[in-house]
Structure formats: C-alpha cells, structure tokens
Design a protein around this ligand. Sequence first.
Ligand code: UD1
Ligand code: UDP
Length: 356
Amino acid sequence: MKVLTVVGARPQFVKAAVVSRELRKERNDHEEVLVHTGQHYDEELSEVFFEELSIPRPDYNLGVGSKSHGEQTAEMLAGLEARIEDENPDAVLVYGDTNSTLAAAIAASKMEPLLAHVEAGMRSGSDIPEETNRVLTDHGGDLLLAPSPDALDNLEREGITEGVHFTGDVGYDALLWARERADESILSDFRIAEEEFVLATVHRDTNTDDPERLETILSALADDPRRVVLPAHPRTVGRLEEFGLYEQAERELTLTDPVGYRQFVALLDSAAVVATDSGGVQKEAFFLDTPCVTFREETEWVETVESGWNTLVGADGEAIRRAMRDATKPDEKPAPYGDGSAAERIVEVLTNATGI
Ligand code: UD1
Ligand code: UDP
C-alpha cells in the first residue's frame, strides 16, 4: 500500500511520527510519501520534532508559510493536488484540524485515493477556524478514524456512518513513547522543582489577537504565587510585542521559546497545574495526571472536563485565578482515548480498506 501523509503544523508532526513508524515497519511492507506543507517553518515548531521523534525527512516541502486562511489553504491545495497526481497513492492520510488538513482533504476528496482522517469526529461546537476544518474534512473523508466514543457519536449525529472506525487517539500513543524518553534536564535548566510550577501555553487566535483577552490571561497567570513557565508560540510573541505586553510578560513569567516535545512532556509531567488553550496539551495533561485549566469556553476533548481533570475558564481573570488555585486531582480518571495502539489500528484500517 502506498500512503501519502500530509503534515504542516507542530501537533501533526507529533501524531504522524507514531503512525509513520508503524507504516514503515519492515513486516508491513508499505510505502509512505511524506508531504510537509510548510505551514510551520521555524526550527522550534518544525525541525526539532523531525529530529527528536526520528520522523523521516519529508519527500516534499511545499514551503507555503504564513498567509491569510484563504491564501494559505489555496496554495497548499494546488501543491498537494500536484503531489497526489504525481505520486498516485492508494490513500491520503491527514491529521487533526489545521489549514494543512483542510487543503489536503479538499484535494484528495476529488481524486482517486481514499481520504483518511485521523482525529475524525472531534467537535467543540464553536465557531473557530479549526471547527470548519474538522467538519469539512470529515464530510469529504472516506475513512474516519475516531479517537473516542464521543467522536463516533458526533459523526453519527451528522449522518456520517460509513467508513467510521474507532482507533483510539494517536496523541496517546505519542505521549506513551515520549514519557519513556522525557528530557528532564529542562527542570534544572529553569531551576524548577516538581509540582512547584505552572506550565502555560497560549496560541489560539481568539486569545492572542484580542489585546484585552491576552492581557487578562497574562495578569491572571502572573498573580499565581508559583513560577509560571510559558513556552511562547511565535504568534503569541508577535502579539505581545504589538500590544506592548512583551516586557510585562517577560518580567512576570518565565517566558521561553517553544521547547522540544521530550522537554515539554517532562514539564507537563512535573507541573502542579497546566494552563493552556491548546487541544493537544489539554489531553496530554490528562494522560499524565496533571490538572488542567483551559482558556477556552468549550473544548472538543469533552471527557477531560466531564471527569473533573480539566476546567474551562475562557479568558475570565477571576475564573482563571480560582481554577489555578483550586486545581486538584480527582480520585478517578476514565480512559476514553484507547489503549495506546491507535497507530496499529490506523494502519490496519488502511490496509483493509485499500486491500493492499
Ligand atoms: C495553527 C493551526 C492551529 C494549531 C496550531 C498548532 C490553523 C488554522 N491553525 O495555528 O489549529 O493549533 O497551528 O500550533 O491551521 N508563525 C511563525 N513561525 C512559524 C509558524 C507560524 O512565526 O513557523 C507565526 C506567523 O506570524 C503566523 C502565525 O504564527 O502568521 C500563525 O501561524 P499559523 O500556522 O497560521 O497558525 P497557528 O496559530 O500556528
Ligand atoms: N508542544 C511542544 N513544545 C511546546 C509546546 C507544545 O512540544 O513548547 C507540543 C505538545 O506537547 C503537543 C503539541 O505540541 O503535542 C501541541 O501543539 P499546539 O498546542 O501548538 O497545537 P494544538 O494541539 O492546540 O493544535
């Protein structure tokens, strides 16, 4: 079987790493063509993951870079259509909900190969670009690879019943791999001790592009008596500078460049609380038994909230302060995201569907 995998953004490198490893196992005898759209291009958002996770070099890098949603998606779409035409794979494999996902989905859904979507069926019910990307990708997909029972229900509710498979979450597979290889040197680099600090990330446009929301989040984080380590996405750094908030953030928080995945997992595992607006980070905190506070009004990872491990606080300063102060570990934790063998299941579904 020949699979053309499309990645472009940080969380996709992490997830594709585990499936790629499975696809390329000798016994499987499959061929993978890896296409990087170039949506993320800074070393700390891209190259570092290829190195750390031993992801094979991309066969193609479309070098699309940062643009408006329309321009970026259109340029990727044209580039991906040409690659699919040339390579003629049996399946096109896409991940998650970024513009790279959508561009690949539009291209592949009108062409011969099967379109397979990893993280199918995730819905937050909100009007954000990622939700548009998820819904359109699922409706164009042939193989819908769902990470949780809730995702299966969401697909059924939208009338998508064919080609749907429960695989569990590849993010869990990736986390299990990284937990064994977590790079704890970062704790001594930052002179922080286990359970004595807060790990924060912010990168959603709804939070970064609105100066009031960004300032509220920053101030609430700064009021926490513990050290707050914030590896900042370049989008966030750009906005902090634009709104004149960078110096305040640098003074009040431990602001750093984004860190590699194995270092980030060490931070996630040791933090007293995680405060984030990231999809992947909410879930990783849950896997590692670290309570999470989420700067969003809703989430697609509903089980983390329903089980009491994650608290949605939006950009409400008081709610953020309270949730960070009161965060505790519930006695129990459900296991809705599979058993860590999602990559194997995905390859199995692809093999059965293509018959190769
Ligand atoms: C994208 C995804 C988002 C995902 C996130 C993961 C979409 C619509 N959004 O958001 O779902 O959670 O990736 O991190 O696909 N930039 C750089 N260097 C880079 C990449 C980006 O400086 O290597 C800056 C640019 O100023 C750019 C901004 O970040 O305009 C936003 O980048 P973009 O890829 O458009 O969206 P993300 O916010 O990264
Ligand atoms: N991550 C990382 N270093 C960082 C911040 C995040 O390795 O400094 C990893 C994190 O562990 C997760 C992924 O990047 O696997 C999440 O990416 P992001 O928050 O950008 O995207 P989202 O999951 O919200 O789409």
